[in-house]
Design a protein around this ligand. Sequence first.
Ligand code: SIN
Ligand code: FE2
Length: 218
Amino acid sequence: MLDLFEGEAPWQEPLADGAVVLRRFALAEAGALMEGIAQVSEQSPFRHMVTPGGHTMSVAMTNCGTLGWATDQRGYLYAGRDPRTGEPWPAMPAAFRALSDAASAAAGYAGFAPDACLINRYAPGAKLSLHQDKDEPDLRAPIVSVSLGLPAVFQFGGLRRNDPLKRLLLEHGDVVVWGGPSRLFYHGIQPLKPGVHPLTGEYRYNLTFRAAGKNDYK
Ligand code: SIN
Ligand code: FE2
């Protein structure tokens, strides 16, 4: 078992009220998660979405699960079908759901049942501007965010856009969970620095698990 962790056992770092970083938590499952990303993106390819403001996002995205997040000139929405293929979003791979279940439980959110997983792919220079995850109807459920591949600087602030930001490097296998009092905290990713990672090549991937439809989370 121990060698699965490549010598490094996971540890936790508190981030804010209701938010925690589970360092290296996904390391042992990273290969299976990358296989899942390959399967999903074969069916629903990565694409650069265009925001309502007409800005083409630098991060490439796809989704799996019963709902997927998308944006276009008309707005932001969760929908059951990939607008690009016209087909339902690919099912959430079992390894994804297992990781989300373990991480949410470790962070104190046992019972979180995500129905959507947004997959972000960052090439060098790609970034995600400061934003809130607020398109989900039920804000009692947390967000579980898994980082794979090249490291990136994550910014985590507060409820107001101009609240002070914490900056932390998210590395391969790190998981951030935020919910409760920090569920609507502003966050973002600074432009990715170029590099090569043995598992993901020239990219960083991020999975965010969300409850985007009706759910029983308490
Ligand atoms: C997100 O805010 O949806 C993704 C954050 C990340 O890529 O770590
Ligand atoms: Fe987000």
